[in-house]
Design a protein around this ligand. Structure first.
Ligand code: TRP
Length: 363
């Protein structure tokens, strides 16, 4: 069986370090591993509209930001099909059929949807489209017969629901769809990178993000104001690592070779952590190391972004070609789905003959 990846992001803002360690960095590795036959990366504008119905302009403006972020981290349109969800209308038709295979209470139990409902104050009135987005996400995945969905842990309930829909569909209509597997980030710190304020998640609305498009100066400023250990008042005091942002970020980014370059007194992160918890190591030193490490990773991304920004029409052209290619694949799956559901009336010669016979029998 072919190995196929599908994943994507809602275009509600520029992508940040949380996206980078949680998914983007991995996608580029997967793309370049040669282990996958096809890779699709989707800008999920239709899903973004499910809770931004009154602000389509926000989505419209951020399509290009996300596309630039993709290209600048190293997604390569020659290897990865990058496309826009709304430009593949086959996906909505699939979702409409899948909705019949899912109960309301099943979606209500989805912890990610629950959290989002609270966050958006939707408790009193949930838009139907928003409520159904997990089902539409099953269409995104199955339309491309994805075997592998690399996403953050918050997307786990969506993949689980997709697997249920696939099983239900295949049971009811015959084997047609492919059951996908989730591929979670492999480093615990990457499962969910906290915001610079120490809050559980990096998120635009909390204003605690470091963006891929931030300048070196902006990054340094944000690191310097990062939340550390509030009890670590004097350098000689023992420090605590738990919830300490610079250390969590180092977990996600630092490699042993960085120590030679930027902190030669230590061999690796463990030694640095030991010193910190013993006492005698100031936050400023840890932050300086982090700034250097981040800069090494972000500088080439920033440079590539700047280069792509010089030819925006070419980026839109890439998205158009990607969307056309994606549409061909989704149309093929949709045709198979219609055939399995036996709603392909006009290509069903048996049906037409049978009906004709029924109405002329005995005459
Ligand atoms: N729900 C994802 C997010 O919020 C975006 C998304 C839409 C997605 N469809 C998908 C991710 C299919 C993986 C597979 O970022």
């Amino acid at each position: 069986m072919e190995k196929i990846i599908l994943t994507g992001d809602r275009p509600t803002g520029k992508l940040h370090l949380g996206h980078y360690v949680g998914s983007l960095r991995r996608r580029v590795e997967l793309q370049n591993s040669g282990n996958y036959d096809k890779i699709f990366v989707m800008i999920a504008d239709a899903q973004a509209l499910t809770d931004n119905a009154d602000n389509p302009e926000k989505i419209r403006q951020n399509i290009i930001e996300v596309a630039l972020d993709y290209l600048s981290v190293g997604l390569d349109p020659a290897k990865t099909t990058i496309f826009i969800q709304s430009q593949v209308p086959e996906l909505t038709e699939l979702a409409f059929y899948y909705m019949n295979l899912v109960t309301v209470s099943r979606v209500q139990r989805n912890p990610t949807v629950k959290t989002e409902i609270k966050m958006r104050n939707f408790e009193a009135s949930i838009p139907v489209g928003f409520f159904c987005y997990p089902v539409s996400q099953a269409s995104d995945i199955t339309a491309f017969k994805a075997t592998t969905v690399p996403v953050g842990e918050d997307q786990e309930p969506m993949i689980e629901l997709t697997r249920e829909i696939v099983n239900r569909f295949n049971n009811v209509y015959g084997k047609t769809l492919v059951e996908p597997e989730i591929l979670l980030p492999d480093n615990a710190a990457c499962l969910r990178l906290p915001g610079t304020d120490g809050k559980a998640k990096m998120s635009k609305s909390l204003g605690n993000c470091i963006y891929l498009s931030d300048t070196a100066k902006e990054v340094a400023k944000k690191v310097k104001s990062m939340y550390t250990d509030p009890q670590h008042l004097n350098i000689c005091d023992p420090g605590h690592l738990e919830g300490n942002c610079p250390f969590i970020y180092l977990d996600a980014f630092v490699r042993d070779e960085h120590f030679e370059r930027y902190a030669p007194d230590y061999k690796n992160l463990q030694e640095l952590k030991d010193h910190y918890t013993r006492g005698g190591l100031g936050d400023g030193t840890v932050k300086k190391l982090l700034i250097n490490v981040l800069e090494e990773e972000l500088a080439p991304i920033r440079e590539r972004r700047h280069a792509f920004e010089q030819d925006i029409p070419a980026v839109f052209d890439m998205l158009r070609r990607g969307s056309e290619a994606a549409r061909e694949v989704a149309a093929q799956t949709l045709a198979e789905v219609r055939r399995a559901m036996r709603i392909n009336y006009f290509e069903d010669a048996d049906l037409i003959a049978e009906q004709a016979k029924k109405f002329t029998a005995g005459k």
